[in-house]
Design a protein around this ligand. Sequence first.
Ligand code: FES
Ligand code: FES
Length: 162
Amino acid sequence: MMVEVCTVINDEDVREFVEPRMSLADFLRDRLRLTGTHLGCEMGACGACLVLLDGKPAHACLVLAVQVSGHTVETIEGLAERGALVDLQGRFHDRNALQCGYCTSGMLMTAHTLLETNATPTRDEIRDALSGNYCRCTGYEAIVDAIHATAMQRLGGREVSK
Ligand code: FES
Ligand code: FES
């Protein structure tokens, strides 16, 4: 049995028929070719699959595609296309805040959400926010640096508390 999904993804209307058990992550990746949403643990632990569901971070591996009917989804591609990540991506690049890069989409999604809600996060608050994102290359220091530097830059270079 196929079920209809009627949703808005990255500002575009999407209407598809899917199997009821298909996850949102598989729907985005396999059906819509939005492969920036990565799959790591597939159990809500690693944060590689984070998307914005009605503007709030959600694990696409734990949500069924059919559950997003009537809701809006934004993926890393949508954020990038509307220019929301330009400075974050720049600081990640400057600070070498990625090794293999597999976790980076989820890290950027978390960083974006954090800076939307807290323009002056301390390093501890950044670490706290990243606690649901696993980088198996274990390079967290540079990632924290990059997010902290972005916050400072957005404040016009003003010092953010350590
Ligand atoms: S793949 Fe979804 S949290 Fe790891
Ligand atoms: S950079 Fe490799 S898992 Fe994070």
